[in-house]
Design a protein around this ligand. Structure first.
Ligand SMILES: [Zn+2]
Ligand SMILES: [Zn+2]
Length: 148
């Protein structure tokens, strides 16, 4: 298990030790929301514990379904997000757990919108030009789980 707080310490998050998947999103929403690209770990939602006074923001993601972000209303740190398209999974920003889990991306999505300076990580198993289908991503998560 890992335990971290937001920048100001008001929010606390507990995650399992090992993520199901490490992924990068290069979409235009992430350009605006996450300053260029999103690096995240995927965990089962029911194994994440977020406590403190969090705020939520949700918007319609590229999938046409909702994506909800939990953030600290004091310092603005975004702690977790939940995509409706993969119900039961929560994304946690890789930077939050940088010293706990080495980020080695397995999947990238919306690669068409990738910065030119970002290369191809040797850990990448799949690169999708747009949204990877839920089926493909689920298959990768299962393959990851059987690796360990
Ligand atoms: Zn905070
Ligand atoms: Zn994105």
């Amino acid at each position: 298990m890992h335990e971290k707080t937001c920048f100001c310490g008001n929010l606390n998050i507990k995650t399992p030790a090992k993520p199901l998947l490490h992924f990068v999103c290069h979409c235009k929403d992430c350009d605006a929301l996450w300053n260029g690209l999103y690096m995240g770990f995927v965990f089962p939602t029911d194994e994440i514990k977020l406590s403190g006074d969090q705020r939520n923001y949700s918007y319609e993601a590229g999938s046409g379904l909702k994506l909800e972000i939990d953030f600290c209303e004091t310092c603005g740190t975004r702690m977790a997000s939940r995509p409706e398209i993969v119900d039961g999974l929560t994304y946690v920003p890789a930077g939050l757990l940088k010293n706990e889990i080495e980020f080695t991306p397995h999947v990238e999505i919306f690669a068409y919108n990738k910065y030119n300076w970002v290369g191809n990580a040797s850990s990448l198993k799949e690169s999708f030009n747009h949204n990877g289908t839920v089926e493909r991503i689920s298959a990768i998560i299962e393959a990851m789980a059987s690796d360990s």
